[in-house]
Design a protein around this ligand. Structure first.
Ligand code: FAD
Length: 548
């Protein structure tokens, strides 16, 4: 059997390595357009930021090591420019421009994506670079050596990681993001905390704004003009405003793709053409929670797909289908970690799923042990079945493990109250006897059983002037910042004032608040017993501060 693989990085080489492990006799040819196979794309921002001092560390293998270890025929600087599906051949353009033809029994496409290039005048300035290849990172690293100012176009994963690295090098960095907030996959209250963390690093974020033009300068910084009229000098510009799948040659050959060029595949990575498979950043997949079909450009799912496609071709009886991705992802921003899994609010609102959101503000471990770090968690679950639909977290230590546990729970089809049952490791340096994940289960159980009715920061402006807002924190905390129109009745006094509150509010609903939701929930119990209808602000004013 002869395999031809297009793309010699994450997906292509995962496939090739697994194919070799399953079949020692197969012929495996990998074509890689660039000069390096098997490099760590995910490490590139950390090279630009100086965490990875040696560029060579990013290069995980060479064609020679791949040949000696796995007997792969890896041809770098070779671009596949055409496919003849009937003849089962590909056309390849070599480093000298010459064209050759290579036959295949099975063709595997993992060409990834390239940086989208919005029509911004001046984008071809030598100070503007994407961050997708080792050469991009090398050039940005060189520019960063002398730079004082930088502009990052696009506040997604790569933009934020690049900005973090540039700021750590002492460069005055601005992120310009076209959407309402950075990291559009995050819900607003978590994304705003990312903006706060960027601010702590000295990174300025300009959201809901586009870069209009770049005026290149031979001496000194380029001048970046924004749609709001701001002008920002930039010794370097990182272009990270979305991507485009590198699939033009394959679409032209008749491979079915969506209107943006993302290749359509089935649950085994098969395209519409016989014996042609595709994976990685260049394909769409049905996502697990909402069923939306979209690209999920992440290293874990891509590496897994490489293995599973090889299994399907070479050992079909034992093969597993590609799982529908959850999009579990994580990134660091200064001292903070932000992570997410499953669907966000916008995706859920766009689907027909009736869902509930809860917010908590735990610490990574018991506060009695010095060093506890706060985090914000939110979780979406089905309003009827309780099925977990998504979760996000931001904070210091321990966000990663909470989101990974919830990702596992979603994959297992658990309902939110099932999180109560998880036996999670506990000792004071690591967690609390009620781990934040268990605690999400407690809160969800209260909501689903109707004992706790949450209300949300985004409802505040619609409550109207005569809404009754009671804050159960003590007076100094209340005076330090509270919701407009709220009255302070500390929890310790609420019990004795409950009857009075009932007389005052009658049939009206009381909107309770506190710092995190925990005490307001006790307050709701007190008021409910007195015949008052009460709702609890989800996650307390801490969520409000994060949201606005
Ligand atoms: P790639 O790994 O990009 O490989 C595609 C290769 O195909 C490229 O080298 C390209 O040159 C080659 N190619 C394209 N067209 C042709 C052709 N016609 N002929 C021959 N060769 C061709 N994911 C995470 O989960 N976590 C992270 O922290 C993370 N960080 C990232 C940071 C950066 C800067 C980048 C760019 C990506 C990051 N990712 C991260 C995403 C992850 O790297 C990708 O999802 C993964 O690499 C996709 O694998 P792929 O094989 O589809 O594409």
């Amino acid at each position: 059997m002869k395999f031809v693989v297009v793309g010699g990085v994450a997906g292509g080489l995962s496939f090739a390595a697994r194919a070799r492990r399953l079949d020692e006799t197969a012929e495996i040819v990998v074509f890689e357009k660039g000069p390096y196979p098997s490099f760590s794309n995910c490490g590139l921002p950390y090279y630009v930021g100086g965490d990875i001092p040696d560029r060579e560390t990013l290069l995980l293998n060479t064609p020679e090591t791949l040949h000696s270890k796995l007997n792969l025929d890896v041809r770098v600087n070779h671009e596949v420019t055409g496919v003849d599906a009937k003849a089962k051949t590909v056309t390849v353009t070599g480093p000298d421009g010459s064209k050759t033809t290579e036959s295949y029994d099975v063709l595997v496409l993992s060409p990834g994506a390239t940086a989208a290039r919005p029509p911004i005048p001046g984008l071809d300035s030598p100070k503007v670079h994407a961050l997708r290849t080792v050469d991009d990172a090398t050039r940005l690293g060189e520019l960063a050596g002398d730079a004082q100012t930088a502009v990052v176009i696009g506040g997604g994963f790569i933009g934020i990681e690049a900005a973090e690295g540039l700021a750590k090098r002492g460069i005055q960095t601005t992120i310009v993001e076209g959407s309402a907030h950075v990291m559009p996959p995050l819900d607003k209250e978590v994304a705003n905390m990312v903006t706060g963390a960027l601010g702590s690093l000295g990174v300025q974020v300009v959201a809901a704004t586009q870069v209009k033009s770049i005026a290149p300068a031979a001496d000194g910084p380029d001048l970046v003009t924004l749609s709001d009229g701001q002008e920002i000098p930039a010794d370097l510009v990182v272009l990270s405003a979305g991507v485009k799948p590198a699939t033009a040659a394959f679409v032209e050959a008749g491979i079915e793709a969506d209107e943006r060029g993302y290749i359509k595949i089935d649950e085994h990575g098969r395209t519409n053409l016989p014996d042609v498979y595709a994976l990685g950043d260049a394909v769409t997949q049905e996502t697990a929670v909402t069923g939306a079909v979209r690209p999920v450009a992440l290293a874990g799912p891509t590496n897994r797909a490489g293995r599973l496609i090889a299994d399907f071709i070479l050992d079909p009886e034992n093969a597993r289908p590609l799982p529908k991705p959850l999009g579990t992802s994580i990134f660091r921003v200064g001292q903070m970690t932000a992570a997410m899994t499953g669907a966000n609010r916008a995706e859920l609102e766009a689907s027909d799923i009736d869902f509930v959101t809860i917010h908590t503000h735990p610490t990574d471990h018991g506060t009695f042990l010095p060093g506890a770090q706060p985090m914000q968690l939110l979780m979406h679950f089905d309003a009827k079945t309780g099925k977990i639909l998504g979760a996000q977290g931001i904070g210091g230590n321990g966000v990663d493990k909470r989101i990974d546990v919830i990702a596992t729970a979603i994959r297992a089809g658990l309902a939110a109250p099932d999180l109560i049952d998880l036996d999670l490791a506990y000792s004071p340096p690591y967690s609390s006897a009620k781990d934040p994940v268990n605690f999400l289960g407690y809160v969800a159980d209260n909501v689903l059983s109707g004992r706790l009715e949450p209300w949300y920061p985004w409802e505040f402006e619609e409550l109207g002037e005569d809404a009754v807002l009671i804050d159960v924190r003590n007076h100094p905390e209340f005076n330090a910042g509270h919701l407009r129109g709220a009255e302070c009745i500390p929890l310790g006094e609420l019990r004795e004032q409950a009857a009075e509150v009932k007389t005052k509010v009658g049939e009206k609903t009381v909107y309770l608040s506190d710092d995190t939701g925990a005490n307001a929930w006790i307050g709701a119990g007190i008021l409910t017993a007195a015949g008052v209808s009460a709702k609890v602000l989800s996650g307390g004013v801490n969520t409000v501060f994060a949201y606005y």
